[in-house]
Design a binder for this molecule. Structure first.
Ligand code: ADP
Ligand code: MG
Length: 729
């Protein structure tokens, strides 16, 4: 009998909710208390320093060393008052999550003692030993060291005893080694490009912000059960496990009542998040059993991404206090839904106008249509690139696997917006866009009603959907750094807006009126981008055929999808606005291919070990028990009767033998395939070999293991089953 499994199941099922630490105080009383925000700045910094720092935060103005010294001094005072003893530059290398290296504040003083020191120099720059972060060979070839540099636009915060300073991470030769640097560059580019376009409609616009509201899906598993599943511990997903008789087919989990253990966890998580100034707004059950979601109110994109990374790490810590483990993997369990992270994206002006929001006035409506059509064009031209920006080994289990978004990027606009675009396409310039008496351009053709916000007109199968005042990029994976997807999208939109403006201006220069120039280009774009629009069912086979006919990117192989980053078009796109050089794109792709290979390699090894050490020995033991039984029957009964009575056992014995044989053959073949793949030097070819030659064995092996799970005595089965893992009491 497998005591490990049964002990774990017992413990998990009897577990009571842990008392929450969340206070009964008003949230607003402690909101943001761990953050060096503007309220804290006024206590610890002079008015002059705040003014210069605000200019840096709001307008990207450079900070002098003098000011950095002042800020550091104030930050240190605040941090010491908060009980911090250490500080760290908190950055986003090309691995998952964030990295940090803690240094204590102490320095020797002149009297043989120590004092707490923190200068502007330390605030602004730190040198982590960069050689062990993935860089795709950039550092080998050029410069061994990298450094982190302060990002003043995201406020410092305190975790436990450590002051964390959000930073970018670059090599000494200037190449980006992280997610944040290119994101900031792309945000800057789209700000400029969007302001230029806004000026057609409103000359007072000075800045355009990018906004992001992410929805984080995750699973919870009891820590005891987690500990008895080496596959979960080592790879984040179950590599085997037969479907539970009951999973999500009753659709009783979504928006159902939250189990009390989980509710306690969520309350503590929110309490923690509020201390970091994260505006968490919603929490609910998701579709699959044990699957949940949390979402904040949207924020400026750079901050929203930092908050998402921070919450992912806080979740893990809070979960452990509640004897849970958080699974952020995109597909922890086969047969039930995986987890994504919808990225709700929009642009808005410093004058308070949402550029993805149907306007209150006909002028705003025209501006809205302009930005909507440009977003459409950006996705149309870069569908493959956008897919590459979200594609990872774990996310490949979702995309195209017939559940969450398909591996084909298309845009859902809904019936009303589609109708407006159709109308524009079929009207003349004079009907559609006019200059009003106040010399403002306006959309004359249609009134755009606000009912769009109504959720009835929503398509859940679309990877990129317009949802009333924003686009929802749903293909992002639950464990991903949103910056990857948001950098690609933002850069694509920035380039598109630049092109739009140059086309409109070229027409105006030739003597076309501004309203006709805008109309002509918008109309052209509506026609050109038609192929990317799709309002139907994204899961259907007909769509796959149709999409291929339309020339959309239908590639499903992860390593090949990454090629889209290094096409001539993508290189031009990123280089033209200074987000990535071609060299950086190549280096980052090396990292992507290598990461893919390693993920599959680890999974394949864990699977091999598990079946050889856990599954086959148990199946063999059970088979031998059955064989004993057959012998015993034979000793007691005559031949005919014995044959009759042992028929069932004998058939199971054979079945087990067949599965074991198949598993062994396939594991051997998988090991061979790995050996061949490991010899390949080129990262791209190696990743392709892992995708084409190694990965397919995993499902084949799993098939036989899952069959064995149904046959072998339940008491002997060593690993917690899906029905035990998936239902928190
Ligand atoms: P759902 O898509 O599940 O209905 P919600 O309505 O709760 O989700 O919203 C999801 C996210 O979208 C939230 O983070 C919300 O703040 C964000 N959001 C709403 N409006 C915008 C906007 N204009 N720009 C960016 N994000 C937005
Ligand atoms: Mg959503």
């Amino acid at each position: 009998m497998s005591s490990l499994r049964f002990n774990a199941v017992d413990k998990a099922f009897c577990r009571k909710p842990v008392a929450t630490e969340a206070p009964s105080k008003l949230t607003s009383d402690y909101y943001g208390k761990n953050v060096f925000n503007r309220a804290q700045m006024t206590k610890f910094l002079s008015k002059g320093t705040i003014k210069v720092l605000s200019d840096a935060i709001d307008n990207g103005m450079p900070l002098s060393r003098d000011i950095a010294d002042h800020v550091a001094a104030g930050m240190k005072m605040w941090a010491l008052e908060m009980g911090a003893t250490h500080y760290t530059h908190w950055f986003q290398p090309l691995t998952e999550g964030t990295a940090e290296k803690h240094d204590s504040f102490i320095e020797y003083d002149d009297n043989g003692g120590v004092i707490e020191e923190f200068s502007g120099k330390l605030l602004v720059q730190q040198e982590p030993d960069a050689s062990s972060f993935p860089s795709g060979g950039i550092r080998n070839t050029f410069e061994a060291r990298g450094y982190t540099a302060w990002d003043p636009s995201s406020p410092a915060f305190i975790v436990d005893d450590t002051l964390c300073i959000p930073t970018i991470f670059i090599s000494y030769t200037g190449e980006t080694l992280d997610y944040k640097t290119p994101l900031l560059k792309a945000l800057n580019a789209v700000d400029k490009a969007a302001v230029d376009v806004c000026r057609y409609f409103d000359s007072s616009v000075k800045k355009v912000y990018s906004y992001l509201g992410w929805e984080q899906e995750y699973f919870l598993v009891d820590e005891e059960l987690y500990a008895t599943r080496p596959d979960l511990v080592l790879t984040g997903r179950t590599l085997m496990g037969h479907e539970s008789a009951k999973n999500q087919q009753l659709e009783d989990h979504y928006f159902g009542s939250i189990p009390s253990r989980v509710a306690a966890f969520m309350r503590d998580l929110e309490f923690e998040a509020y201390k970091y100034g994260m505006p968490l707004k919603t929490r609910h059950n998701e579709v699959a059993p044990n699957q949940f979601e949390l979402a904040p109110i949207y924020e400026e994109m750079n901050l929203a991404i930092d908050h998402n990374l921070l919450i992912m790490s806080i979740m893990e810590r809070v979960a452990q206090r509640h004897h849970f483990r958080v699974l952020l993997h995109e597909k922890p369990f086969a047969g039930v839904n995986g987890s994504g992270k919808h990225n709700n994206w929009s642009l808005g002006t410093d004058t308070g106008v949402g550029l993805m929001t149907p306007g209150k006035t006909p002028t705003e409506n025209l501006q809205f249509i302009t930005f909507l059509v440009n977003a459409l064009m950006a996705v149309h031209k870069n569908d493959g690139l956008l897919k590459a920006s979200v594609m990872t080994a774990p996310n490949a289990h979702r995309l195209g696997a017939n559940e969450a978004p398909p591996a084909i990027i298309s845009v859902f606009l809904g019936t009303q917006i589609s109708a407006i675009l159709d109308k524009l396409e079929n009207s003349s310039s004079e009907e559609a866009i006019v200059m009003d008496e106040k010399k403002k351009l306006k959309l004359a053709i249609a009134h755009i009603p606000e009912v769009l916000m109504d959720s009835t007109d929503r398509n859940r199968t679309s990877p990129f959907a317009f949802t009333g005042n924003r686009f929802e990029f749903r293909a992002v994976g639950s464990s991903a750094n949103c910056a990857s997807a948001m950098t690609a999208l933002t850069a694509a939109v920035a380039c598109q807006l630049i092109e739009f403006k140059s086309e409109v201006d070229a027409l105006i220069a030739k003597g076309t009126s501004q309203e006709k120039a805008l109309f002509d280009v918008i109309k052209k774009y509506i026609k050109e981008s038609k192929n990317i629009r799709f309002n139907g069912n994204g899961y259907s086979d007909e769509w796959k055929e149709e999409a291929a006919k339309r020339g959309l990117d239908c590639e499903t192989s992860v390593p090949l999808i990454y090629d889209k980053y290094i096409t001539k078009e993508s290189e031009k796109l990123f280089e033209s606005i200074g987000v990535f050089t071609a060299k950086e794109l190549e280096a980052r792709n090396e990292v992507k291919w290598e990461t893919y290979t390693k993920k599959i390699q680890i999974e394949a090894r864990v699977l091999g070990d598990l079946v050889m050490n856990h599954i086959i020995p148990v199946a063999t033991r059970y088979q031998s028990m059955l064989l004993d039984n057959v012998f015993k029957i034979k000793n007691v009964y005559d031949e005919e009767k014995a044959s009759q009575l042992s028929a069932q056992d004998r058939s199971i014995i054979e079945e087990i033998a067949e599965h074991i044989a198949a598993i062994k053959t396939k594991v051997d073949a998988m090991v061979e395939a790995r050996k061949v793949a490991n010899k390949i030097e080129c990262e791209r070819s190696k990743a392709i070999a892992y995708h084409d030659e190694v990965f397919p064995y995993m499902a084949e092996i799993r098939y036989h293991v899952d069959k064995l799970e149904l046959i072998v005595d339940n008491e002997m089965w060593p690993l917690p089953k899906y029905r035990e893992l998936l239902f928190i009491r």
